[in-house]
Design a protein around this ligand. Structure first.
Ligand code: 48F
Length: 258
């Protein structure tokens, strides 16, 4: 067995996919539940999509369930998505289902990759590319570089649309606000910031908040509620799944209209 051959196989395969991802239709920042679901529905429609995740593992806040009890609650409205993925769910009460968080996130990840989306972990989205008042890509660096605060220049990916699926911190929207000014389609032009927990309203608002907030930039998942100043909801995940699906529809419209 030739160790050099193993190294070559890994490097060649990864590099081929990475180079191919330098030009995509949609670049997604964050492989939490909303980002993965968004990538799945885009790939299902043959849209070329790459997801960049800063951490070693995918899943964002989902594997941690509620306070490290690795179960999540999903409401009836989002059950068609779980059914499509083949994730098991048990009815708990009325329209609420209980789901194993690890089964859910591993299935989302696996099926999203099998559909053709590329997921790159350990890569941080640290900036965006802007052309003519429009988001035209993302700027990447290895997470290890950012964490070690090394002075290493990033590289960029061009895309027709970018999805901010970075969760509570809504990092991409904040970058655009910081570097471009109060240009977002919110009341203040900036990120309003997430409000304290109110599950019902948080879940209700998340779909409305999932939209294009600057030409070429769509926001989904918890980032959408943070941008528009809506409440957090805790370990109920129906809204995250529905938001990811809606973000895929919005992104398709955005890239078609370009
Ligand atoms: O936080 P996260 O799971 O976001 P989400 O998809 O789901 C929110 C829920 O998990 C939960 C909740 C449900 O009630 O409130 O919090 O909206 O996943 C966001 C992912 O984005 C990654 C981060 O590591 C996480 O995996 N991420 C954040 N910033 C960046 C990033 C960045 N700048 N570049 C790359 N990845």
């Amino acid at each position: 067995m030739d160790e050099a051959l193993i190294s070559r196989a890994i490097t060649e395969s990864f590099t081929k996919d990475f180079i191919d991802a330098f030009n995509v239709d949609v670049a997604i920042a964050g492989a939490g539940p909303s980002g993965l679901i968004c990538a799945y529905y885009l790939a299902k429609q043959n849209v070329k999509v790459a997801v960049f995740e800063r951490h070693l593992r995918v899943g964002g806040g989902m594997p941690g369930g509620g306070m490290m009890f690795n179960r999540i609650v999903v409401q009836e409205e989002a059950m068609p998505i779980l059914k499509e993925f083949g994730v098991s769910a048990k009815r708990y009460k009325k329209d609420l289902y209980i789901v194993d968080a690890l089964e859910a996130i591993s299935t989302f990840c696996s099926k999203t990759i099998k559909r053709g989306a590329k997921i790159f972990n350990l890569i941080n989205v640290e900036d965006v590319v802007i052309r003519k008042d429009r988001i035209a890509g993302v700027v990447l660096n290895w997470s290890a570089v950012s964490w070690a605060k090394l002075h290493v220049d990033p590289m960029a990916v061009r895309s027709k649309a970018v999805v901010d699926a970075t969760g509570h911190d809504s990092e991409i929207a904040r970058i655009v606000e910081r570097k471009t000014g109060p240009v977002l389609r919110t009341e203040t032009g900036g990120v309003i910031g997430e409000k304290s927990m109110w599950a019902e309203i948080g879940e209700k608002m998340i779909l409305e908040n999932t939209k294009e907030i600057y030409p070429g930039l769509i926001v989904c998942g918890m980032a959408a509620n943070a941008v528009f100043g809506s409440p957090r909801m805790g370990a109920i995940f129906g809204g995250m799944l529905l938001s990811g699906k809606k973000a895929a529809e919005v992104a398709r419209k955005v890239i078609k209209s370009k």
